[in-house]
Design a binder for this molecule. Structure first.
Ligand SMILES: Nc1ncnc2c1ncn2[C@@H]1O[C@H](COP(=O)(O)OP(=O)(O)OP(=O)(O)O)[C@@H](O)[C@H]1O
Ligand SMILES: [Mg+2]
Length: 275
């Protein structure tokens, strides 16, 4: 069953919304003084575009995502979504955090349905959809378990279901597949690709995986070390649906090498050969 099959027969949701990030800087106040975490960043994500961000650990990727979602305030510059400046948490989106932030006193199903409650979605329809989504990610039979009874990867999948329940026009995902085993991760990548092809939401996707970024994106953004700034961006133009084992495709090969070089990843095989 593909992600497309679990959509109900309601009309297809509108295409995503444009995101504009202008001169964005974030500084955190800490006991040791201010930490300049991010920026300045200028970035436009077009309506219905899929943009991935890769960069070293601690460079400000999660900070960028939280600022775009309106969860933290910029120290300078700002974000607008669909032309409207973001001054408080933006509600018309689905967000997957780096840690799934589940409520342990609620069952798995009821954690997913939190999204429906917040939006007053019809209960019966939402429950059917939530169950279908959970089955889709391999969690059929776990609906009534509590989050602490699940592995980290399973909890992350519950967070993904919660983010997608209401078919948002805007999806933000912070390393959503990081805690998953390789096969589940591949499947989730393909499911996300299907979902995007079906509905064309705007997606901001943060990942450590160059192959996920090159598979899924229209554009891959590479960030520098903290304070994170944009070092480079690459258009991914090969037709969809794409496959993860397209590594030898000239575009994927070129972009992957460039990103590794920018991030300072040494190819030991090449180094040995050279020495
Ligand atoms: N709430 C906070 N208070 C103070 N400093 C913070 C806070 N959150 C993040 N930072 C700092 O800001 C910088 C960027 O953090 P952020 O979590 O955005 O990085 P990241 O790129 O998402 O890293 P990772 O790939 O490891 O998830 C880091 O140096 C971090 O220590
Ligand atoms: Mg992070």
């Amino acid at each position: 069953m593909s992600m497309a099959d679990i959509r109900d027969s309601a009309p297809v949701a509108a295409t995503g919304t444009q995101i504009d990030v202008r001169g964005l800087e974030i500084e955190y106040e800490t006991s040791g003084g201010p930490v300049h975490a991010l920026g300045p960043i200028d970035l436009t994500i077009g309506a219905g575009e899929f943009v991935s961000v890769v960069g070293p650990s601690g460079c400000g990727k999660s900070t960028l995502l939280k600022a775009v979602a309106g969860l933290i305030r910029p120290s300078a510059g700002g974000v607008s979504i669909g032309g409207a400046p973001i001054t408080k948490p933006h509600s018309d989106l689905g967000i997957v955090f780096q840690n799934p932030l589940l409520m342990d006193w609620r069952s798995v199903l009821s954690n997913v349905l939190l999204q429906a409650e917040m939006r007053s979605m019809p209960k019966q329809q939402a429950t059917a959809k939530a169950k279908a989504l959970l089955a889709q990610v391999g969690l059929a039979g776990f609906e009534n378990r509590r989050p602490h009874e699940l592995s980290g990867g399973m909890q992350q999948r519950v967070g993904i279901c919660r983010a997608l329940l209401h078919e948002p026009p805007l999806i933000m995902m912070d390393e959503p597949f990081g805690a998953l085993d390789a096969l589940t991760r591949e499947q989730m990548c393909y499911d996300l690709q299907d979902l995007w092809l079906e509905r064309r939401p705007t997606v901001l996707f943060i990942t450590h995986s160059i192959s996920e970024a090159t598979l899924l994106s229209d554009r891959v953004i590479v960030m520098s070390k903290r304070p994170g700034q944009i070092l480079a961006e690459y258009e991914m133009t090969r037709p969809r649906p794409r496959l993860l084992d397209d590594d030898e495709h000239p575009e994927v090969d070129r972009v992957s090498r460039e990103i590794r070089r920018l991030l300072g990843v040494t190819d030991h095989a090449t180094t040995k050969k050279a020495s």
